[in-house]
Design a binder for this molecule. Structure first.
Ligand SMILES: *Cc1c(COP(=O)(O)O)cnc(C)c1O
Length: 355
């Protein structure tokens, strides 16, 4: 992207995040941005009705009361321990603004969600990039004594590997003077959440999203849970930037999605099952596949490079995510779709690997 001569030099070095492709030209089997392959549930459809559309003339509730109460009830926390945002991306960016500064860097893994480093640069805070181990596992010992705010995606993206809450507790205990942000975007697909720890550690902030396990990526809704004082800090940032950050329809849709626990459980169980089957199928074809606790698999083969596989799959109408980055350029991140989607992926892979 080019800059005008008016663009602030303070941000000249900023490299914006590159979102996964959302091509509008043809229909793809879309396994590249970890969306749900299932539609938003029937309760959500009911909640976003014509009356609600007419009410768009009114501002949304800046306190998000209905949704906050529903989240608090669902997770057994107090409403003062919850703050929703316009996607968890917004909540995370507020957290970087609130809990980092020139003396307090943001620490994160070399292989993780690409946005963390972008926010550090956007908000002008230094970062500390901590390499994952050779096998892509994260060792919390590497984060002790940094004097930094730490953000950990758990499960991690794009690896899908998860830490146990006890490992994160080690970090929370070792440095009570710094915040640990646990980004649980994928936690509903089989990892253990740190939410039960928020009353125990005043430095723990857990962030979740409606984008991956609740079929609402396009509605833009995420939320933080933590000590009431941390949440108040996030609200100071929010009310200094965009108090009506969540639109009325999304507030309704989110509450309905949260309360429809049957649909939530059914869809996430389907994805976990399809993930297990797909992993076996990929392994049978000689792929190395990490032990994912998320709604995607991270896989590689020495028969073809990651970049080539990505391109050939795209030609065949299957989109996956390839990161042209050190250590992972031979890997593909493949979102779990429906069983039919995965059958189509495997057929395309067979054609490519035979050819
Ligand atoms: C998808 C994702 C997010 C962003 O989710 P939104 O709620 O859609 O903004 C945050 N963190 C990780 C690790 C993700 O994969």
């Amino acid at each position: 992207m080019t800059m005008s001569r008016y663009f602030t030099s303070a941000l000249a070095a900023l490299e914006p995040y590159t979102p996964g492709e959302q091509p509008q030209d043809r229909r793809y089997i879309k396994l590249n941005t970890n969306e749900s392959p299932y539609p938003a549930g029937p309760q959500v459809v009911k909640a976003v009705n014509a009356d609600e559309v007419r009410d768009l003339r009114l501002y949304s509730d800046p306190a998000c009361t209905g949704l906050v109460n529903a989240i608090a009830a669902r997770y057994g926390v107090k409403p003062t321990q919850v703050m929703p945002g316009n996607g968890s991306d917004e909540v995370l960016s507020f957290a970087v603004r609130a809990f980092c500064d020139e003396q307090t860097p943001l620490a994160y893994a070399d292989i993780t969600y690409g946005f963390y480093g972008v926010w550090a640069k956007l908000w002008g805070v230094p970062d500390r990039v901590i390499p994952l181990r050779e096998d892509f596992t994260l060792n919390v010992e590497d984060y002790l004594g940094l004097g930094a705010t730490v953000v950990i995606a758990n499960p991690n993206a794009p690896t899908g590997l998860a830490l146990k809450p006890a490992q994160i507790e080690r970090l929370l205990q070792a440095d009570p003077d710094h915040v640990v942000i646990v980004d649980e975007a994928y936690v509903d697909f089989g990892a253990e959440s740190c939410v039960p720890l928020i009353n125990e550690y005043e430095n723990l902030l857990v962030v979740q999203t409606f984008s991956k396990s609740r079929q609402l990526a396009g509605a833009r809704l995420g939320f933080a849970m933590g000590n009431a004082k941390l949440i108040a800090d996030l609200n100071r940032v929010k009310f200094s930037l965009n108090p009506y950050n969540i639109n009325r329809l999304t507030l309704k849709a989110g509450k309905a999605a949260l309360e429809d626990t049957d649909y939530f459980d059914k869809t996430r169980a389907a994805i976990v099952e399809t993930r297990g089957w797909t992993k076996q199928q990929l392994e049978a074809r000689g792929f190395a596949v990490l032990d994912s606790r998320s709604n995607f698999l991270f896989a590689s083969t020495d028969k073809k490079s990651g970049g080539e596989l990505y391109l050939k799959l795209k030609e065949k109408g299957v989109l996956v995510r390839h990161f042209d980055a050190p250590r992972i350029s031979n890997w593909l991140r493949i979102t779990i779709g429906t069983p039919d989607d995965m059958t189509a992926l495997l057929r395309a892979l067979d054609e490519i690997l035979e050819g």
